[in-house]
Ligand binder design. Structure first.
Ligand SMILES: Cc1ncc(COP(=O)(O)O)c(C=O)c1O
Length: 370
């Protein structure tokens, strides 16, 4: 028997992620269409995004937030290209995106004193091996393996190197200790269910100090340049973007932030995500044919929840297709580089009631294809 209830929103993709509950295009009606992003109106809108971000995330007062081109990738690569080089680099790799950053550092930037610590999908590398006199590059949450770092206790407050953290699938959903991080990046399309296009780049005072005192030996395209004459271009962190942003995407991000504030801000966003994961945890605990890819609860992601299913790959594909055909779950296959399985986005914009419904459909689908 097919379950009686379908999720209200069947979008479980891990990016772009589901829009916030109740989203309507009407929320975008104040977009300054056709106006310059450098007009006082345009700049004020961009600055509002920056200020609301700082407030909701409770960032340290002296951290800077900039809207930069090319989504999280743009933000993270601009940070690596601008900051890395003067120290050795330790890179932590445990899934596809962190592997990509290691490739950038070893094969593109060709930094000689680089150590890469790799773990298989489902595991974390040994964090105690990290040398904090080096710069450290890592993701907070591995979106493609469903493995997150458990906390920031392994990062000393008095580190010599910088910590560069791609936190795109963690920000707004996890308790990230920002003072332990010197560079934090994310994109609007993840936990807040915004649109892709722009990246958010957050810098600590130590990261700014590095920017102002170090010139990388390689050429930097204009799109990556954050300093002029050895000084930070402060305007970037006040809404004067490097190039033209989408004011529509910005308005959409603002709408998502306003929704986040309306439900109670960061604690409420984190709670929603954890409650979503709890629905899947409950289901997994009652079925022996499904398990988390993450090897322990401590490192289990509460946003990109990756599951392994006791089915051969072709049947798994059939299951994913059935769930989409029934319009109950779209885009819930594991990432293309990850071990075959399922991945359900459990970030703040997903609804626990929808996950409950989809678990019933998953049980139905599994029994059908088995
Ligand atoms: C950990 C991580 N880093 C980087 C990216 C790339 O993000 P974007 O496509 O927004 O640049 C993703 C996308 O899923 C991701 O999960």
């Amino acid at each position: 028997m097919k379950p009686a209830i379908k999720p209200k929103n069947p979008n479980f993709s891990s990016g772009p992620c589901a829009k916030h509950p109740g989203f309507s295009l009407d929320e975008l009606k104040d977009t300054p269409f056709g106006r310059s992003h450098r007009s006082s109106l345009g700049k004020a809108k961009l600055q509002e995004s920056i200020e609301k971000t700082k407030k909701i995330l409770c960032l340290p007062q002296d951290y800077l937030v900039g809207i930069v081109p090319a989504s999280d990738t743009g933000a993270f690569e601009m940070a690596m290209w601008s900051l890395l080089g003067p120290r050795g680099v330790d890179v932590l790799v445990w899934e596809s995106f962190s592997k990509g950053w290691a490739t950038d550092i070893e094969k593109q930037l060709k930094l000689p004193n680089t150590r890469v610590f790799t773990a298989d999908y489902g595991k974390l590398p040994d964090l105690s091996q990290v040398d904090f006199s080096h710069d450290v590059v890592f993701v907070w949450n591995g979106t493609t393996s469903g493995v997150k770092v458990p906390n920031g206790d392994w990062i000393p407050d008095d580190r010599e190197g910088l910590t560069l953290c791609d936190a795109t699938s963690a920000v707004f959903a996890m308790d990230v200790p920002y003072h332990k991080l010197d560079v934090i990046t994310y994109s609007w399309q993840k936990v807040m269910g915004g649109e892709a296009a722009h990246g958010m780049l957050i810098l600590s005072p130590r990261a700014v100090e590095r920017l102002e005192n170090y010139s990388p030996p390689w050429p930097l395209p204009k799109i990556f340049r954050m300093t002029k004459g050895g000084k930070l271009i402060e305007g970037i962190f006040k809404g004067s973007t490097i190039n033209t942003p989408s004011m529509l995407a910005n308005e959409d991000y603002l709408a998502a932030l306003k929704w986040g504030e309306s439900i109670g801000g960061l604690p409420a966003l984190i709670n929603r995500s954890e409650a979503n994961l709890a629905v899947i945890e409950d289901f997994v605990s009652k079925h022996n044919w499904i398990d988390f890819l993450a090897e322990s609860k401590e490192i289990r992601s509460n946003t990109s929840v990756c599951l392994i299913v006791d089915l051969p790959e072709d049947k798994l594909k059939t299951l994913v297709k059935m769930l989409a055909d029934e319009k109950v779950a779209y885009d819930c296959a594991s990432y293309r580089d990850a071990p075959p399985g399922l991945r359900f986005w459990c970030g703040a914009t997903a609804e626990a009631s929808d996950l409950e419904a989809v678990m019933q459909w998953l049980e139905w689908g599994y029994n059908e294809v088995k």
